[in-house]
Design a protein around this ligand. Structure first.
Ligand code: FMN
Length: 259
């Protein structure tokens, strides 16, 4: 059995690592963006400048990503023909039909191996890469994310993790293709949220949409079966009546638990 140490707290605390200063930030500016982001269902005809879209797309890619493997894709659908097909695939809902721009956030669990290779290339080319980092992408990710064809490693992983887990904390997922989807969707959803907050910070509005036909969207974007549609996000400027009422949330006491 392969002996792997997933996290090394001594290494993590090493004073040899350079300090990255935390710059001062404007908390109020952040909360203004957060509070004013609403899901907009009807947009005005005001166009969204291309540079704005490009900044927001780049902001999306600053989201945290599991193992930094970046198993996401952002498909900005720009051609009028494809846009119309995407609106249809989004069931013709107004948040899509009246949008100025449409971006589909796609989870790509199937590309983890390619990205792992890119990560190793990057680390090998970076002076001073700690051995632990190389070990992580050479060994750990290859055990954790490799499920084999048709998830054949699932029973072996389940037994291994269950036995190991009796004595010590052990990550239990992902051990099959479905959990790989979940894994990639988490990362991709964070990118979508970054994108929507950036859109608001730029003075525009957005709406996340999972009310769509994922098979049609995949076909339109030329994606393989293993790709997952996390959500489409429409962008524009809110029109009169474009926000359907004040924001409503259940009492936070239901959701915030302290232990
Ligand atoms: C994953 C996800 C999928 C959603 N899908 C749709 C959708 O298909 N159509 C839509 O009009 N709104 C959609 N929404 C927006 C939610 O209805 C909205 O976020 C919720 O009502 C809260 O409103 P707020 O975003 O203005 O705070 C979706 C939101 C999320 C997070």
């Amino acid at each position: 059995m392969v002996k792997v140490k997933i996290f090394d707290s001594k290494e993590a605390q090493s004073s040899a690592r350079k300090m990255e200063e935390a710059p001062a930030v404007d908390a109020q500016a952040f909360y203004d963006v957060l509070e004013s982001r609403r899901s907009v269902r009807v947009y005005s005809k005001a166009p969204v400048p291309e540079e704005t879209m490009r900044r927001c797309l780049e902001a999306a890619l600053k989201a945290p990503t599991s193992s930094n493997l970046q198993t996401w894709e952002l498909h900005w659908v720009r051609s009028p023909e494809k846009k119309q097909l995407l609106v249809d695939a989004c069931l013709g809902q107004p948040a899509a039909a009246t949008a100025q721009e449409l971006v589909v956030f796609v989870a790509r669990p199937d590309l983890w191996k390619r990205n792992n290779g890119w990560m190793l290339d990057h680390l090998k080319a970076s002076p001073g890469t700690p051995g632990k980092a190389l070990q992580y992408f050479n060994k750990i990710t290859r055990i954790v994310y490799n499920q084999g064809p048709w998830s054949v490693y699932r029973p072996f992983k389940w037994v291994w993790f269950s036995i190991r887990g009796i004595k010590k904390p052990t990550p239990r997922e992902p051990i099959h293709a479905g959990q790989m989807q979940t894994w990639a969707h988490k990362t991709t959803a964070l990118a979508a949220q970054n994108f929507m907050l950036a859109v608001r910070a730029e003075g525009f509005d957005s709406c996340p949409m999972e009310g769509l036909d994922s098979q049609r969207v995949k076909r339109l974007l030329g994606l393989p079966r293993a790709a997952g549609i996390t959500m489409a996000v429409s962008v524009g400027q809110r029109a009169e009546g474009g926000v359907y009422g004040p924001r409503f949330r259940f009492d936070s006491a239901h959701f915030i638990h302290e232990h």
